[in-house]
Write a protein that binds this ligand. Structure first.
Ligand code: TRP
Ligand code: SF4
Length: 404
């Protein structure tokens, strides 16, 4: 596959750790929903990654897998636009993980931020395992097996994309320069025909000698348009263009998701571990109840006491959900004791319920018909496997494992 096609492909995964909540929606899913219209998207459930830390309760993972897919669909991920699949149903990831592990220096995985921290902090389970050490290599395999150019992630995952780039670079460096690479590249140039060959050489020289980025882009576009060259030749032409070897595994880019500031019910970041979440498919009465019982400005004890929205968790949620005029009404009413806290919470409850309404509706058909979810995932797995298999074949052959 070419690098230009790689740029069109987006891949991301989520560990099945429990019901998704509004923090996931605002932080991750809204972004996925936008991307699904712009790119060729692959979204998967990283059940093996969950197993690296939760190997003692695998049954929980199974339940979470299906609930998470329903949450995605409920949020508006469209299975017609994005392939949805489960990591362990595409075992090709595991083979690539193994092969990449052969060339990944131990020091690279050991120095991934958080690795040693997480082990030190996890007093309830033993994470000094081989599997957990391999977490970033498995993630690299997830990405590289689709030759995905773009990986939407939050800041915490950027080091994982970074190590993926390093592993890809090392792989291409070691295995992309099969003997006779230059001769083969020269032959591939000729196969493009006289005119294109001349242009290719010209663009290549302009890029190699003057670093002319535009020439590089033009040459790439030209290779892209070639109809009659093999996949191998295409990779060679791309690699040779930049003075490197064959690009077998293109380096991905992190599409950094804007840091989400979704506040939870207590004003801290919304997170399952703080027990302050509103799940995506929460029952409406439960949502209203949770908001009604939220703590407010602790100084505002009586209805007649003026309050300070600046220290109130309810106001933080208003800032996500309400328009300017409502925010003005809250500020004015709160600081003058003109409104009570329940008055203040009512429009917020309405907005949250309004946001969830279409999610609940979409979810219903999937909750009532689990087979529908399974068939969507089966289709996504099929699509994923076709690509994964093709990449793996290239990888095996580059590593000299294509004997019969
Ligand atoms: N490690 C990611 C997380 O915890 C999940 C993940 C696994 C992932 N494989 C991936 C994300 C590949 C992006 C691409 O959120
Ligand atoms: Fe918070 Fe609103 Fe009560 Fe003011 S009126 S303290 S902003 S809940």
């Amino acid at each position: 596959m070419s690098q230009i096609e790689a740029q069109k492909r987006v891949l991301s995964g989520m560990r099945p750790t429990g019901r998704l909540h509004l923090g996931h929606y605002h932080g991750v899913l809204k972004n996925w929903i936008k991307l699904q219209h712009e790119y060729d998207c692959f979204f998967f459930v990283a059940d093996w990654h969950a197993l690296t830390t939760h190997y003692e309760d695998p049954r929980v993972i199974e339940e979470n897998v299906w609930q998470m897919v329903i949450d995605w669909l409920a949020a508006g991920i469209n299975p017609g636009s994005a392939a949805l699949f489960i990591q362990s149903k595409v075992p090709e990831h595991a083979e690539l993980h193994l092969l990449l592990s052969m060339i990944t220096p131990l020091s690279w995985v050991e120095r991934v931020p958080n690795y040693k921290d997480t082990i030190a902090k996890s007093n309830d389970r033993d994470l000094a395992t081989y599997g957990f050490l391999g977490y970033p290599i498995l993630q690299s395999a997830d990405i590289l097996i689709y030759q995905a150019g773009n990986v939407p992630v939050g800041a915490d995952q950027v080091p994982h994309v970074e190590i993926t780039r390093e592993i890809a670079r090392r792989f291409n460096h070691i295995f992309g320069r099969d003997s006779g690479f230059e001769e083969l590249a020269e032959e591939a140039i000729k196969k493009m025909g006289r005119k294109s060959a001349r242009l290719y050489r010209e663009f290549r020289r302009e890029f190699m000698e003057q670093g002319n980025q535009e020439s590089l882009e033009k040459a790439r576009a030209m290779i892209q348009e070639q109809q009659n060259i093999s996949l191998g030749d295409r990779d060679r032409l791309f690699g040779y263009l930049e003075g490197g070897g064959k690009v077998i595994l293109p380096e991905p880019h992190a599409l950094l998701t804007e840091a989400s500031v979704m506040p939870g019910l207590d004003g801290q970041k919304m997170s399952k571990s703080y027990n302050n979440t509103i799940p995506l498919r929460e029952d409406p009465d439960e949502v209203a109840q949770k908001i009604k019982t939220m703590t407010t400005d602790p100084q505002r004890v009586r209805r007649t006491d003026p309050g300070d929205p600046g220290v109130c968790p309810v106001f933080k949620l208003h800032e996500i959900y309400s328009d300017e005029s409502t925010l003005g009404w809250v500020r004015e009413g709160c600081t003058s004791a003109g409104i009570g806290c329940i008055d203040c919470k009512m429009p917020l409850i309405d907005r949250v319920l309004e946001e969830q309404q279409p999610m609940r509706e979409r979810a219903r058909q999937y909750e009532e018909n689990p087979d529908l979810v399974k068939s969507i995932v089966a289709e996504g797995c099929e699509k994923a496997r076709t690509i994964a298999k093709a990449t793996l074949e290239e990888v095996r052959s580059a590593m000299g494992l294509d004997y019969r």
